[in-house]
Ligand binder design. Structure first.
Ligand SMILES: Nc1ncnc2c1ncn2[C@@H]1O[C@H](COP(=O)(O)OP(=O)(O)O)[C@@H](O)[C@H]1O
Ligand SMILES: C[C@@](O)(CCOP(=O)(O)O)CC(=O)O
Length: 511
C-alpha cells in the first residue's frame, strides 16, 4: 500500500466529503448525532468535554445519499476490445440513480430494491458468509486490483443467491440471481459484519440490455456507494487536486469491474471505465492481469448522432461468447477481423483529433462515418448483428441520412447513426415515423457527460417551496413514486433544465 492510499483512508478524507458528512448530518438530520449544539447550555468545560465524549460513543447514522453514473455508446471497437484491441466509448446523458438509505442500528438487514426489473430481496447481515470472505487467504481491500472472481467465494454465496425470487419465471429469476450475486460478491469483499443495515434502491433511465452499458452503471453506482459508506473515498469536493480525484475514480472503477465480471463473465472493462470517468475514452486492455490503458478524450467532439433502440433484448454474455467460439474455430481469420477493427478505431481517433476536424463539415463526418460503416461490416462478419439492426441501416442508407453501426454487444440492442450535415428535416421526420411504425425507439442524448456523481445528502433544490429550507429531501417514497424516466429526471436528475443541478458533485478528474 502506498502512502497515498494510507492517507486516502486515514487522513485525506477528513478534508473531503467525510468531514462534510458530519456537518451535513448534523445540520440536516438534526439530532442524529445527539445534541450537536454544544455551546448553548453554558455548563462549563467539564460538561462540554463529557458531552463530546458521549457524542463520540455513538456512531452517527449516515444521511440518505445518492450516487449516479452514465450509460455509454461505443463509437468503435466493441467485441474487439474484449480481445485486447482498442475501443472508443463516450458517456451519454441517460443515467442510473442509486439511493442509499442507512437503517436504524437495530435493523441488521441489507435490501436490494430494483423496481425496473421488479426485484426486491433482503438478507440478514449476520447470516452472510463473512468468515469465508475475511479469511486471510481470501481477504481483499478497497484498494486492491481484482482481475478475476474467486471460485470459492462465488460458491460461498450460491446458497444465498439460490433463494432469490423463488416462484418467478426462470428467465427473470436468472436476472435477479445475477443482480443478487454481483451485489453480494462486492458487499462481502468490501464490507464487514459490522456494516450498518441499509437499503439500496436503484432506478435507471437507460434501456436495459440495449448496448448502452446499463449493467456497468449499476456496477459503478454500487461500487461508489459501498466505498463511500466505508469512508474510503475523499471528495468529491471542489478543491480536490485532479490526481487525488483520479485515484478515487480509479478505485470506484476497479470494484465496478468486479461487479461487471459477475454479470458478464468476461467484460473488457470499457463500459465501467467510461461510466466512472465520464466524457469519452480510448480504452485498451492487453493483459487482463494488469490495469487497462485508458486515454481520456476530454475534447471529444459533439458528434450529431441518432441513437435507435431495436427493442430486441440481447445478452452481452451470449454475444461475447459467440465471438469467442468463432475465434476458437477460425483463429487466424477472426484474428484478422479483430485487427481490422483495431485499425478502424485508431484511424477514427486520428481523424477526430485532427485540428481541422469539424462536426459541421461533411468531409470530416464522412471520414468517421465510413469508418463506422466498416466497423459495422466487421461486426456483421463476427455474427453479432441482428435483422432489426440491419433494417435500421437499410432505412438510413436508403434516404442517405448518415452512417450507421450497431453499438455495444449487438444481437439486438441499439444502433448509432452519424448524421450527414444538411439532411433535410423532412427526411429525418420520415425516417423517425417509419422507425416508430416498426416498433423502434429513438433516443435523444448528449455525448460526453459527467461520470460518477454523488448527492450527499440526498437533498435537492428543485424550484419548489422546500428550497427555502435547503431543498427537498429525496426519500425512498418519492424516489419510488417518480413516474417513468421523466419523473426520475425531474426528481433527482443530474442535469436540470438549466444545466448541472446544484447538489450533485463529481470528481474533478479532468486536467
Ligand atoms: N435498471 C436496472 N435495474 C436493475 N438491474 C439492471 C438495470 N439495468 C440493467 N440491469 C442489469 O444489467 C443487466 C443488463 O446488462 P447487459 O446485458 O450488459 O446490457 P447493457 O447493454 O444494457 O449493459 C440486466 O440483466 C440486469 O442484471
Ligand atoms: C461487446 C462489448 O465490447 C461491449 C458490450 O456492451 P453492452 O453490455 O452491450 O452495453 C463487451 C465488453 O467490452 O465487455
Amino acid at each position: 500500500m502506498t502512502q497515498r492510499e494510507v492517507n486516502g483512508v486515514n487522513g485525506l478524507h477528513q478534508d473531503g466529503l467525510e468531514s462534510n458528512h458530519i456537518h451535513i448530518n448534523g445540520s440536516i438530520n438534526g439530532s442524529a448525532n445527539g445534541n450537536t449544539n454544544g455551546t448553548t447550555n453554558g455548563n462549563g468545560v467539564k460538561s462540554e468535554v463529557r458531552k463530546r465524549m458521549d457524542r463520540k460513543k455513538s456512531s452517527p447514522m449516515m444521511p440518505t445519499f445518492m450516487v449516479s453514473a452514465p450509460g455509454k455508446v461505443i463509437v468503435c471497437g466493441e467485441h474487439a476490445v474484449v480481445h485486447g484491441k482498442a475501443a472508443i466509448a463516450a458517456s451519454i446523458s441517460l443515467r442510473s440513480y442509486l439511493l442509499v438509505t442507512t437503517l436504524s442500528k437495530s435493523k441488521r438487514t441489507v435490501t436490494l430494491t430494483f423496481p425496473d426489473i421488479d426485484f426486491n430481496h433482503t438478507w440478514n447481515i449476520d447470516e452472510l458468509p463473512w468468515s469465508t470472505f475475511s479469511h486471510p487467504s481470501k481477504k481483499k481491500y478497497y484498494y486492491d486490483l481484482v482481475t478475476e472472481l474467486d471460485p470459492d467465494l462465488v460458491a460461498a454465496i450460491q446458497p444465498l443467491v439460490r433463494d432469490v425470487s423463488l416462484g418467478k419465471p426462470a428467465e427473470i429469476r436468472k436476472v435477479h440471481q445475477n443482480s443478487a450475486g454481483s451485489f453480494l460478491y462486492m458487499f462481502l469483499n468490501l464490507g464487514s459484519q459490522s456494516f450498518p443495515g441499509c437499503q439500496y434502491t436503484l432506478r435507471s433511465t437507460i434501456p436495459i440490455g440495449a448496448g448502452l452499458g446499463s449493467s456497468a452503471t449499476i456496477a459503478v453506482c454500487m461500487s461508489a456507494a459501498l466505498l463511500l459508506q466505508l469512508r474510503t473515498l475523499s471528495g468529491p469536493h471542489p478543491d480536490q487536486p485532479p490526481e487525488e480525484a483520479r485515484l478515487q475514480v480509479e478505485r470506484i472503477n476497479r470494484w465496478a469491474f468486479v461487479y461487471e465480471m459477475f454479470i458478464h463473465g468476461n467484460p473488457s472493462g470499457v463500459d465501467n471505465t467510461v461510466s466512472t470517468q465520464g466524457k469519452a475514452v480510448m480504452f485498451q486492455r492487453k493483459d487482463y492481469s494488469k490495469p487497462p490503458s485508458v486515454r481520456p478524450l476530454w475534447d471529444f467532439p459533439e458528434l450529431p448522432l441518432l441513437l435507435v433502440d431495436t427493442r430486441t433484448a440481447k445478452s452481452t454474455a451470449a454475444e461475447v461468447e459467440k465471438v469467442r467460439k468463432l475465434k476458437e474455430a477460425h483463429p487466424k481469420l477472426v484474428g484478422s477481423i479483430l485487427d481490422a477493427v483495431d485499425k478502424v478505431t485508431t484511424s477514427a481517433l486520428e481523424l477526430i483529433e485532427r485540428d481541422d476536424f469539424n462536426t459541421k463539415s461533411e468531409e470530416s463526418l464522412r471520414g468517421v462515418g465510413e469508418l463506422m460503416n466498416i466497423n459495422h461490416g466487421l461486426l456483421v462478419s463476427l455474427g453479432v448483428s441482428h435483422p432489426r439492426l440491419e433494417r435500421v441501416r437499410e432505412l438510413v442508407d436508403h434516404e442517405g441520412i448518415g452512417w450507421t453501426k450497431l453499438t455495444g454487444a449487438g444481437g439486438g440492442g441499439c444502433s448509432i447513426t452519424l448524421l450527414r450535415p444538411g439532411v433535410s428535416r423532412q427526411k429525418l421526420d420520415k425516417l423517425e415515423r417509419q422507425l416508430e411504425e416498426e416498433g423502434y425507439q429513438k433516443f435523444e442524448t448528449t455525448l460526453g457527460c459527467d461520470g460518477v456523481g454523488v448527492l450527499w445528502p440526498a437533498v435537492l433544490r428543485n424550484g419548489m417551496d422546500q428550497d427555502e429550507e435547503g431543498g427537498m429531501e429525496i426519500d425512498l417514497e418519492n424516489f419510488l413514486r417518480a413516474e417513468g424516466n421523466e419523473g426520475v429526471e425531474r426528481l433527482v436528475g443530474v442535469h436540470g433544465d438549466n444545466g448541472a443541478r446544484e447538489g450533485w458533485k463529481f470528481w474533478g478528474v479532468e486536467s
